[in-house]
Ligand binder design. Structure first.
Ligand code: FPP
Length: 249
């Protein structure tokens, strides 16, 4: 990770904070394997850390946090691992439902959640219902999410509107596409963090990340601490975001 001058660490309150942070929670399996544990033990630690980091982001004033919990490609994993992940989603969503209510966090879901078991879908429904009363950080949990699948759904929905005459083809612009994504109405991510030492974006927020700053960190997700997040925020504060323009002199 890039080096950040020390004096900036002293006064973090003056840093420009990203409004929207995305995290690819990667490295659970390796964390477990290094300890001679089953991969599911790594996911359990990862789920604990998900709660810790989400609460921390809310407390320091991040307005939107999106976590990648299960991708459209993760169904390729062994059945036992998928089963363990589904159990964890149920357990940790139940816990989050209570604890995040106290923290005023609004949970939303990205991805096609209609494929999950009926009890998990019911929990998702309850969580979304509870979120309507909250006003704090928006926490998007991406589950059965893939950026390409999200774009395919958006294209189909837009085509249906054109066919029914509700939308003119030449009215379609970038804002139209954004409105048909699961993140409709939310700002694009400013910073995407991928721990675990992998340098890939893995189908995460493909459209929305066009101008996101990326930070790849060589640490496994269960070991990722609030201080690691602070380091990422320090690095973000030093990035020169130009959005295709030039830096004013
Ligand atoms: C990637 O690590 C991680 C996942 C596929 C699962 C992430 C899920 C959680 C952290 C649980 C979150 C819980 C809720 C309720 C949102 P990996 O298994 O690919 O790690 P590896 O690359 O080391 O094998």
């Amino acid at each position: 990770m890039e080096q950040v001058p020390n004096q900036n660490r002293a006064d973090r309150s003056q840093r420009p904070l990203p409004r929207h942070v995305g995290i690819i929670m990667d490295g659970n399996g390796r964390w477990a394997q290094r300890r001679g544990l089953p991969r599911s033990a790594g996911h359990k630690e990862g789920a604990k850390n998900f709660k810790r980091i989400a609460k921390y982001c809310n407390r320091i004033g991040i307005q939107y946090l999106t976590v990648y919990a299960f991708s459209t490609e993760n169904w390729k994993r062994p059945a036992l691992e998928i089963k363990a992940l589904m159990l964890l989603f149920k357990q940790y969503l139940k816990e989050a439902l209570d604890e995040f209510e106290e923290e005023n966090i609004q949970i939303r879901f990205l991805g096609d959640t209609s494929v999950f078991s009926s009890d998990l879908q019911e929990l998702i429904r309850q969580t979304q219902e509870a979120a309507k009363k909250q006003t704090g950080m928006v926490l998007n949990i991406a589950m059965n999410y893939g950026g390409r699948a999200e774009l395919v759904s958006a294209v189909k929905a837009i085509c249906a509107k054109v066919t029914s005459g509700e939308l003119e083809q030449n009215e379609i612009d970038e804002a139209t596409i954004s409105q048909y994504l699961d993140t409709a109405g939310q700002p694009d991510p400013d910073l995407i963090i991928r721990p675990s030492g992998e340098y890939r974006t893995s189908n995460f927020l493909l459209w929305q990340s066009a101008y996101a700053e990326y930070l790849f960190m060589d640490i496994l997700w269960p070991d990722f601490t609030p201080e690691n997040l602070e380091e990422a925020l320090d690095a973000y504060a030093h990035r020169n975001r130009r959005f295709g323009g030039v830096t004013p002199v």
